[in-house]
Design a protein. Structure first.
Length: 228
């Protein structure tokens, strides 16, 4: 496992450094990837039983989790955003303006978040993207600047997986290059996307960020109370 601490903004590689890495497969493809080539996928299909309802509808003050994640994603510069829904889909769509997002429906969310990732990869446009930023809706405190760091890191190094860490511990969202899409599609349901992260650690870059939100998984009303 390689750990890299990056101070944002990340400087692009010089021509000299680029030429020194000619042997790295697909490097130039990754260097040229920009936000037009990367899809942000918001996972919001769960029932949210511990929260008392779908987490997309849970509130941070007057803002829903889904609105908070969407706002940060837009502020980070993403133009291709999809949200995967299942439980409470009708109510979520009624209470949000999702015209700028691609709304996908997970027909069988029983296998957890990996089923929503597979739903997204079932869309040809998404499957053809350079990478996916997979953002669980129960991590609504992640800052837009953190999303930019993940994208800049991906572009500058050609890693297959980029994981944010805070105080040395991994968090969300995670960026997956399209080289690992087949692994996501074949991942065991009980492990989900962790299967890809742990399968070959040399393909994974963990990036330390100054954003506690990457570790703040808000699952229950008590979690929200602690934020007050």
């Amino acid at each position: 496992m390689i750990v890299l601490v990056i101070l944002y903004p990340v400087k692009p590689l010089t021509d000299e450094k680029k030429s020194s890495k000619q042997g790295h497969d697909f490097l130039h493809f990754f260097l040229e990837a920009d936000l037009e080539d990367i899809f942000s996928i918001i996972l919001a299909a769960g029932a949210g039983s511990r929260m008392g309802g779908p987490k997309a509808l849970a509130l941070l003050g007057k803002v829903t989790f889904l609105d908070a994640v969407t706002q940060a994603t837009v502020e980070a510069g993403f133009t291709k955003i999809a949200v995967v829904l299942a439980h409470g889909s009708a109510e979520i769509q009624r209470r949000h303006d999702l015209h700028a997002l691609r709304v996908l429906h997970n027909a069988d969310p029983s296998e957890g978040p990996i089923s929503s990732i597979r739903t997204a990869l079932g869309v040809p446009e998404i499957r053809g993207a350079a990478a996916l930023l997979v953002h669980p809706v129960d991590h609504p405190l992640v800052m837009a600047s953190t999303l930019k760091v993940l994208v800049d890191t991906f572009r500058s190094g050609g890693w297959d997986v980029v994981v944010p860490t805070f105080e040395g511990r991994g968090g969300h969202p995670t960026l997956f290059s399209r080289r690992v899409f087949p692994d996501l599609l074949s991942a065991p349901p009980e492990m989900g996307a962790r299967y890809v992260v742990r399968r070959e650690k040399s393909r994974v870059l963990r990036v330390e960020v100054e954003d506690r939100g990457v570790r703040m998984n808000l699952d229950t009303p008590e979690d929200l109370d602690r934020l007050a």
